[in-house]
Design a protein around this ligand. Structure first.
Ligand SMILES: Nc1ncnc2c1ncn2[C@@H]1O[C@H](COP(=O)(O)OP(=O)(O)O[C@H]2O[C@H](CO)[C@@H](O)[C@H](O)[C@H]2O)[C@@H](O)[C@H]1O
Length: 504
């Protein structure tokens, strides 16, 4: 059941530019584990057309080893059990300023931002680093200190834009100090909550009185995600449908009650992600051949390339792609079950992704069982991923839930029709029977029916071309998200201003 209290962002537009600190744990310019990295690279840049937006992120090994100059600009004192650290500044070629937290003992490691080869978002439920609570409390506290002018940067944001559990404590630190800097907290994936043992609170500088049901306590644990939801001025997520879904027990991951309260207070809304200009098959230099709407011969060159590159036999049947983190959310088990039928019907599948070992293993076995028809690339390669979107006819994406989803938008832009469960951002960005296929029940039979529909469409050149043409014309640019963010920032700042006036 969907909660009708979830309002869309306010209608008033923003008059003046603001100073915004965008706090994140990954950015595709240097390191990405999934969609958050893409968003952290694209959204601040899109917002920068109107605001002074700067990014704050830990200085991972990838930044230190990059060609970019890191200029020392600030220092942060130790806080509770969090070590002191320096702040460096990277100025990207396009002018984006990225502040990096220099704390080698916490951030310079072999692995992902979250763990040793982890494909999740490192919240203790996967192979995350043991000290992820310290690592991301350090990030959160740094953001709070920068907002309070305690970092020596000579720049102070008027508003903080926090992303996912890794930044959740920022809003708490500000609240516990009685500071009035407003914040927007964006949930990219509610399933990763940053849960840690309650005994860690003191080490992280969380006051004892905050550890209760209306604070950071979640079934006896400390929850970073809950801190963000409770203490931020406003909570957003990345599609309108997911914003409603998370207020229900089925999708709320135990936080639906709190999120319903937020919705009723008009402090929860959904603003969809977009994709940036680099996703254009007419200009993408990584493709085997650039192509545009209606140039199906050009697309065919990319299909031939993908087959060759990933070791499949030459073929005339439909080519299916999977580009995904290999985690339970993404429904890989359903696709593995469907694979045999797809191959027997004349289809081929290329999988690209990394994640849970048992899924990686199952894909390797599948590829060995169907040589020439199924390929499994375990790992991730941004450019080959683009070639896969460009070369495939269909993208298989039966996610059990999907806050927004970027892969289905990339696929559509490159003329590959997504086949997906009708949930979250997938429901909002795929038009069933027009730009892709949606199935209504999270069951194998329902998924198979949508795959069969795809085979049927593939046989009708006219219908197939009309659908992939429609998919390529979809408007998923970040520009559509900027106006709602602008309005939201304005509303949050105005509310904060009113509160401050009442206090004085
Ligand atoms: N093994 C791998 N390693 C590195 N990159 C990989 C990868 N597998 C896929 N990718 C890439 O990561 C991105 C995936 O983004 P998605 O938004 O589709 O899902 P993700 O679950 O990661 O993001 C979460 O955050 C985003 C951003 O808000 C939401 O859209 C989404 O619904 C939510 O689950 C794509 O650019 C894809 O090519």
């Amino acid at each position: 059941m969907v909660n009708r209290n979830v309002k869309q962002p306010p209608e008033k537009t923003l008059e003046s530019p603001q100073r915004i600190l965008f706090v994140t744990s990954e950015i595709a310019d240097f390191v990405k584990v999934g969609g958050l990295g893409d968003v952290s690279s694209a959204l601040p840049r899109a917002l920068a057309t109107h605001h002074d937006v700067r990014v704050l992120i830990p200085a991972y090994r990838e930044m230190i080893e990059s060609e970019h100059q890191i200029e020392p600009v600030g220092h942060l004192a130790a806080f509770a059990g969090l070590p002191a650290c320096d702040i460096g500044k990277i100025t990207c070629d396009d002018g984006l300023i990225i502040y990096v937290l220099l704390c080698p003992e916490l951030y310079q490691r072999e692995g992902t931002p979250y763990g040793r080869g982890s494909s999740g978002y490192g919240d203790g439920q996967d192979e995350g680093w043991d000290d992820n609570d310290i690592r991301f409390a350090r990030l959160s506290r740094a953001a709070a200190d920068i907002a309070l002018g305690n970092a020596g940067l000579g720049w102070q944001p008027q508003l903080l834009h926090l992303n996912d559990w890794q930044c959740g404590l920022t809003a708490g630190y500000l609240h516990w100090q009685g500071a009035s800097v407003p914040s927007v907290f964006t949930i990219h994936n509610l399933a990763y909550q940053g849960l840690f043992d309650a005994s860690r609170c003191e080490m992280l500088g969380i006051p004892e009185e905050a550890f209760h049901i209306e604070g950071v306590e979640f079934y006896g644990n400390l929850s970073f995600m809950k801190a963000g939801i409770v203490y931020a001025s406003h909570v957003t997520t990345v599609s309108a449908t997911y914003a409603q879904e998370i207020t229900t027990p089925d999708f709320g991951c135990g936080l639906d009650g709190l999120l319903r309260c937020k919705a009723e207070a008009e402090q929860l809304c959904g603003i969809p992600n977009g994709i940036d200009d680099s996703w254009d098959p007419r200009t993408d230099i990584h493709l085997a051949q650039a192509f545009s709407y209606n140039d199906w011969r050009g697309k065919r060159v990319n299909a031939d390339y993908a087959r060759r590159h990933f070791g499949l036999a030459a073929g005339q049947g439909p080519l299916f792609a999977v580009v995904s983190r290999l985690v339970h959310q993404k429904g890989l088990d359903l696709t593995i079950e469907a694979a045999k039928t797809i191959v027997h019907a004349g289809g081929q599948i290329i999988f690209m992704g990394s994640g849970e070992h048992h899924v990686e293993e199952a894909l390797r076995k599948l590829a060995a069982r169907f040589p020439g028809a199924i390929a499994a690339y375990i790992g991730f390669d941004e450019y080959q991923a683009r070639c896969l979107f460009a070369g495939s006819d269909f993208l298989l994406m039966p996610s059990r839930f999907e806050p927004c989803g970027l892969s289905q938008m990339y696929a559509q832009r490159f003329g590959s029709l997504p086949i997906a469960y009708r949930t979250g951002g997938l429901a909002d960005t795929i038009e069933d029977g027009v730009t892709g296929f949606l199935f209504n029940d999270m069951e194998f039979s329902s998924y198979m029916k949508s795959i069969q529909r795809a085979f049927t469409v593939f046989k009708s050149t006219e219908l197939f071309n009309a659908m992939r043409g429609a998919a390529m014309m979809g408007r998923y640019h970040w520009r559509q998200s900027i106006e709602p963010y602008n309005r939201l920032y304005q509303q949050v700042l105005e509310k904060q201003g009113e509160k401050t006036q009442v206090i004085h």
